[in-house]
Design a protein around this ligand. Structure first.
Ligand SMILES: Nc1ncnc2c1ncn2[C@@H]1O[C@H](COP(=O)(O)OP(=O)(O)OP(=O)(O)O)[C@@H](O)[C@H]1O
Length: 504
């Protein structure tokens, strides 16, 4: 880091006196641009060497300052006690990996003789810390080109699917997520509990989006699909679809949020809910793609994955095993399908990516919020149009077909480690019937998403037609659609997601 940059980060934004009760000494609380430290007061005197902190935390790891109004354990009734809550990375003992751990530092504000003034000082500190965290998230984590003003506290619409996953989404949100949002100063403007399929879509179609800065979904991928389609169904879809969306994994698959956590180098399997909330309250905003899916009777938008063949069946049939939870449900469904190993005849025609890069109009920044294009995006080629000459076609007996927009298909299945959200293209992963059960099993049990397994083929594309000739289930973002040919096209960077992916 350049010296001037370091100096800038070292700039003190605010300082004040606090009592560190465990030491029983008055010390100085120093809020710097990227950290918060508590130091002995003599260490901050002019000419003294750099202060050795009693504690120091990076602001990127801070959740917030919790003020304990009753101060039951503080040394005097006038003292206002507060807890600085952090969620810091800790290295695992044996492996080289990290996990996050909550911890607190107790501080007492005691300069004034009355509790009210000390309470006011603590509140001012809480706001200064929150503001500096929000400023920092712009610099540390990705932001879309047209970023919203993150200096305002978050105003969130929260949609909870009580039916998702093990049907405990409401409890998980209230017990884990809500206290973190409160600590970070995020305001929950409205909380909606979905009552039926389609409710989330209908709700966001008419909700006043000007009253919020983002939408949080405590659900699986099905509600992500509903919300994307609800936003795109609005007359103001062009602005509506730019509303940042935060994802909390309370579903069974949780593919999109697992991909986001993985990209941000956060744990996917342990404390996924805490990590996902932390992405929202102390992260940035990144672009993600949506894609049009057209068949003979409908047009919808997706943001996660399309399945046909074996994985489509697992998606739908394992619904009956919902009581087992996501991991077991998908594992049993997958194993049954591997034993049966059915194949389905069909054709896949796609726009080769090298053609696309030179000719395609899709490279236009369709994601721009200031775009003057008021026509809703759809596929350039209709589902019953002839296949364009420069497209390629393959056909055969498919066992697996999946079109991915991100690395994971469920939280336990990372299909392609290098497939990133917002890449502007699909990764199509498929196998024909020459794939062996051993190879299918190897893919199912491979958790890094990086091992290349024979007979698994990959295509990168932004537009394709799937013509499934033998009948088999097709799912889009986990929802089954009418069987028949589908025409699919990517719309790069149209939606936005809260994320802690670091700035390059
Ligand atoms: N109150 C409700 N009762 C029944 N179904 C509901 C209710 N609210 C929403 N749904 C439907 O539940 C379905 C599944 O939702 P969701 O995707 O959130 O969970 P999941 O299937 O457990 O997770 P994933 O899609 O990640 O596997 C969606 O089709 C949604 O429309």
């Amino acid at each position: 880091m350049a010296e001037s940059e370091q100096e800038c980060l070292d700039t003190v934004v605010k300082s004040g006196s606090v009592l560190a009760p465990w030491l029983g000494v008055n010390c100085t609380l120093l809020l710097k641009q990227d950290s918060l430290a508590c130091v002995y007061p003599e260490a901050t005197a002019a000419g003294s060497p750099p202060p050795l902190p009693i504690f120091a935390v990076k602001l990127e790891d801070v959740v917030g300052l919790k003020i304990l109004q009753d101060s039951p354990f503080s040394s005097s009734p006038s003292v206002c006690r507060a807890e600085l809550c952090t969620y810091q990375k800790v290295k695992r003992f044996i492996s080289s990996s990290y996990y996050r751990k909550f911890s607190t530092e107790i501080l007492e504000f005691s300069d004034a003789k009355d509790f009210e003034t000390n309470y006011k000082t603590a509140k001012e500190w809480r706001e200064s810390i929150q503001l500096q965290c929000r400023k920092n998230s712009r610099n540390l984590f990705v932001f879309s080109p047209e970023q919203i003003d993150r200096l305002e506290p978050m105003q969130l619409l929260v949609i909870i699917n009580p039916f998702s996953g093990r049907k405990n989404g409401q409890k998980l949100f209230q017990n884990i997520a809500r206290p973190m949002f409160d600590l970070a100063g995020a305001v929950i403007v409205q909380e909606v509990i979905t009552e039926r399929q389609g409710h989330a879509k209908e709700f966001v179609e008419t909700f006043d989006l000007t009253s919020i800065t983002g939408i949080v979904l405590a659900s699986g991928d099905g509600i992500v699909y509903e919300v994307i389609n609800g936003l795109m169904a609005r007359p103001d879809w062009e602005i509506a679809i730019k509303t940042p969306i935060g994802l909390i994994p309370t579903g069974s698959g949780n593919a999109l949020v697992s991909s986001l956590l993985y990209e941000a180098d956060e744990e996917v399997h342990t404390c996924a809910i805490e990590n996902a909330v932390f992405q929202i309250i102390n992260g940035g905003i990144k672009q993600h793609d949506i894609a049009s899916v057209c068949n003979s009777s409908s047009h919808s938008y997706i943001g996660v994955v399309i399945h046909w063949g074996m994985t489509g069946i697992v998606d739908v049939e394992s619904e009956k095993l919902r009581f087992l939870g996501g991991k077991l449900r998908n594992l049993i469904g997958g194993l049954v399908c591997i034993v049966m190993k059915r194949s389905y005849y069909g054709q896949l025609s796609y726009l080769p990516i090298e053609e696309d890069e030179t000719k395609s109009p899709l490279t236009e920044a369709e994601g721009s919020i200031h775009s003057t294009n008021t026509l809703k995006p759809t596929t350039d080629v209709g589902v019953s149009d002839p296949i364009p000459e420069h497209w390629k076609t393959i056909e055969g007996n498919f066992v697996i077909f999946m079109a991915l927009t991100s690395s994971h298909v469920t939280e336990n299945d990372m299909m392609c480690a290098e497939t990133k959200t917002g890449s502007g293209k699909f990764k199509i992963l498929y196998t024909f019937d020459d794939v062996t059960r051993g190879q299918l099993l190897a893919k199912l049990s491979e958790s890094t998403g990086a091992v290349k397994i024979e007979n698994f083929h990959e295509i990168h594309t932004r537009a394709f037609r799937l013509n499934p000739i033998s009948p088999c289930i097709i799912t889009v973002d986990g929802e089954q659609i009418d069987y028949g040919p589908i025409q699919v096209q990517m719309h790069p960077g149209m939606m936005r997601l809260y994320s802690r992916v670091r700035c390059e």
